[in-house]
Structures are given as C-alpha cells and as structure tokens.
Write a protein that binds this ligand. Structure first.
Ligand SMILES: Cc1ncc(COP(=O)(O)O)c(C=O)c1O
Length: 446
C-alpha cells in the first residue's frame, strides 16, 4: 500500500475496516502528520490539508503534537551510541569499564525492568510527587491500569487500616462515571455499551452516588465496609459535567470524617487541562491533597503510554514486595517522558494559558446559545463541552462538517455534547478559528 496517494484514503480506511475490531467508529478521514495544534489529512487529490485538532487524543496531547521538549527527552532516551563504537560496546566483556572517551559519548537506556534501579524513574517519581503534593507514586502504563492499581490499594487499605472484613470492602463511585475498560471497571459503569455483555461483574464491590450530591455521599460513607470514594473531579466522557463549586472540598471533609479515602481520577482533568495543573487545586487549599490520585494520558506527552497512581504514604504502604507490578510501568523511556511532562507544567504557565484560552473560547461561544445553535456551554480551562441544539444537527454530522468543510477536528462526547479540548499550546488565533468554524457549520446545517 502506498501512503500519500489519492487512492490511499480508501485503502487505509478499508484496511482499518478489514483488519481491526469494530470498537471504534472513526471519521473517514486519514491523517498523516501532526505538529502543535495541527493535523494533516489526505484529500482526494493527494494533497495533505492542515486541520486544527480540538480533541488532543482525548486529552493525551495537552502539550501539543510532537512537543519539542517531549520529543527531545524521548529521542535522547532511545539514542544509539556513535556507529564507530557500537561493535566495541556491544561485545564488551562483562565486568569491563567504559573508557573516558566512551563514557563521554551519550546514548540511551530502554526497558530494563523494575528489577534494577534506572537513572530516570527516581527523578520522575520525585518530580511528580513534588508537583502533586503526594507522598508516593506507582508507575503504570495506561489509564485503566492505574485505576485498577488504585482500586486494589483502596481495598487493601480497608482491610489493613480500617478493619473491614476480608473481601467485603466497597468503593463509592459516581453515576455516569468513566474510569476505563477493564472487567472490574466496567462493572460499575452506568453505560450499557461499556458494561454489557461483559459480565460477570464485581457485584457488591461498588456503591453508586449521584455525581455532585454531597447528601448522597454523606449517606454512603456511613457504611463501615466502605473504604474509598473514587471520582473524577469533572466528568469527561459523560459530557464535561462539573459538580457544584465546593464539591471536592466538601467530599474531602466528609471522607476524612468517616475514615474513607478520597481518590481522584485526574486522567483527563489533570496536567493543565482544567486551567490548573490538577483539577483538585481549584478546590483544595494549598498543601491539601486527595488520598489517592490517578494520572495518565498527557503524562506520556502524547507519544507514549505513561500513567501513575499516587498516594499518601499510608495508602501506598499496602503494596509490598511482589504484591503488584507492571512490565513497562516506570521504564526509562516512560520516565524520561513523564519527567519532561512534569517540567513543562512546573512553573504553572501552561495551566494559566489553558485557563485564559478556555475563557476566551467559552466567552466567544456563549452568544451562540441566544442564537439558537447551542443549548449550553460549560467547562474549565481548555476543556469545554458544548451542547448542540438537536433541531440543528446530530453531533456526528456536525463533527463531519467541521472536519471536512472547515478543517477543525472535534468529537462528540455524550448525547448532544461536543467536546472541545485543543492542545494547551493553542493560540488566541486558533481559538478564533475554532469559533468561526462552529459558527459556519451551524449556519450551514440550519
Ligand atoms: C477519567 C478517565 N479515567 C480513565 C480512563 C481510561 O484511560 P485509558 O484509556 O488510558 O485506559 C479515561 C479515558 O478516557 C478517563 O477519561
């Protein structure tokens, strides 16, 4: 198959259709390159056409496509030694030391397992704990894996520290949550397409409360077999749903008063997306943290799956030697990338930019409610949900017209909601382009 020819579009779409499980329904456009906020798609004439990306791979590309700092960190980590040295180095006698000249050349370190200390993981863990305020981290390689790690930790804590009877620990979760796709996690999803037909489910292990209801939480924590409340500070897949102000602050107090852990899933809300480095920082006083924090997506800089479960010292102490592990979690490449992601966020400028551009976007979109195109605009930082007036279009159709006619790639989230989550590096002009495309698409579909 030749890439970058007109027929390649059909061939590539067909190849995906022919050989892949049908668990996604991609728009029929083929992208070949990316940089910053831009993607390039093939058109029928064989040209590659620039598009603005407002999905950021579901929040994995917060720092822009091929962010130069992320790429440099990754490239350094997988760099090979100079060609002239490779024969000598790869046949070096075990026990022999590098000469000063050899030691002066730079090359990388790929996967070595957690059976050895590597020179990247410690600095990554330290930086991530510092920026989150958490005591300890456990590196993983995908969002759902980190969620599973938190569930296991919370249950073990319940037995060890709260005296819950073996195998009886429950975790409170919110209705309309999305925490991933493993068999345990789909057990407590309200979405039929996520949950069914993948039973048997983890019955009696999860209790649901309405998202945003402190009353419901107060009731649920009364149960002595509850060890944790696990929640997204802002529900992403449910349609960028925000609880009332003070929800996480009060939830933290309620949990603490009943010896229940508060575990926040910030896989999507974290790392600058909501206008702060972490969404909990909108709510909790400086120095106050959740008991557990789950991160993923943008921690891998858009190029590598990097995730982590972070916890208080007490909660993390439930993991002892051989009780948990991950082959790729914390490998040197992942760690170098994760460390750079933290460094990008460290001075807070990226998150402030997210806040400013997000406000610009929402301010520009709100008049479209009065104009009848939208029924709601909501969000925090550069994480915006718009509800499309159902009389105008379905979100699927709207996204197609946005992409093919106006060169802005966006994706619906839930119901009539379209999510707008461009890379946090986007400019004020990019925001104007997004708004213009939405306006024009609306006019066209009216
Ligand atoms: C809040 C939240 N948790 C967990 C996940 C699962 O992450 P992954 O797809 O990397 O397993 C997602 C993915 O969208 C998410 O938004």
């Amino acid at each position: 198959m030749t890439v970058n020819t007109p027929t390649a579009i059909d061939e590539l779409v067909e190849a995906e259709r022919g050989y892949l499980a049908k668990n996604y329904h991609p728009l029929g456009l083929v992208v070949t390159r990316a940089l910053g906020t831009r993607l390039w798609r093939l058109d029928e004439t064989g040209h590659e056409i620039a598009m603005l990306d407002t999905l950021s791979c579901y929040g994995a590309v917060n720092f822009g496509h091929l962010n130069p700092r992320i790429v440099a960190a990754a490239m350094h980590q997988i760099e090979r030694p100079p060609e002239a040295l490779t024969e000598k180095l790869s046949t070096m006698k075990p026990g022999e030391a590098l000469s000063p000249d050899e030691a002066a050349s730079s090359w990388g370190l790929d996967s070595v397992s957690r059976g050895i200390v590597n020179n990247q993981l410690g600095p990554f863990a330290e930086a991530l704990c510092r920026i989150t305020g958490m005591d300890s981290m456990l590196p993983c390689s995908g969002g759902a894996e980190a969620v599973e790690t938190s569930i296991k930790a919370a249950r073990a804590w319940g037995y060890q520290y709260k005296g819950i009877k073996k195998d009886k620990a429950k975790i409170i979760v919110a209705h309309n949550n999305f925490h991933g796709r493993t068999s345990t996690i789909v057990s407590f999803s309200d979405s039929a397409s996520t949950r069914d037909p993948f039973g048997p489910y983890a019955e009696n292990a999860f209790v649901h409360v309405d998202f945003g209801s402190l009353e419901a939480l107060k009731q649920a924590v009364q149960d002595e077999t509850v060890c944790a409340f696990m929640v997204e500070p802002i529900q992403g897949e449910a349609g960028i749903i925000m609880p009332g102000d003070g929800y996480i602050r009060e939830a933290k107090k309620i949990c603490a008063a009943h010896n229940v852990l508060l575990i926040l899933d910030e896989i999507q809300s974290g790392l600058g997306r909501s206008g702060k480095n972490f969404a909990f920082q909108h709510e909790l006083d400086e120095g106050v943290t959740p008991d557990g924090l789950i991160l993923g997506k943008a921690l891998g800089g858009g190029i590598y799956p990097v995730s982590a479960f972070l916890a208080s010292e007490e909660l993390m102490s439930v993991y002892s030697i051989d009780t948990h592990g991950s082959t790729f979690g914390g490998n040197p490449v992942a760690s170098a990338i994760g460390l750079e992601a933290v460094r990008i966020l460290e001075d807070g400028a990226m998150s402030r930019h997210s806040q400013d551009r997000g406000n610009q976007l929402m301010d520009a979109l709100r008049p479209m409610i009065a104009q009848g195109l939208l029924t709601a605009v909501r969000g925090k930082g550069l994480w915006v949900g718009i509800d499309l007036n159902p009389d105008i279009s379905t979100p699927q159709k709207f996204c197609e017209v946005m992409a093919f006619d106006h060169h802005v790639f966006c994706k619906y989230a839930h119901g009539q909601t379209i999510r707008l989550a461009p890379p946090l590096t986007c400019t004020a002009d990019d925001i104007d382009l997004i708004v213009e495309a939405i306006d024009k698409t609306g006019q066209q579909l009216k």
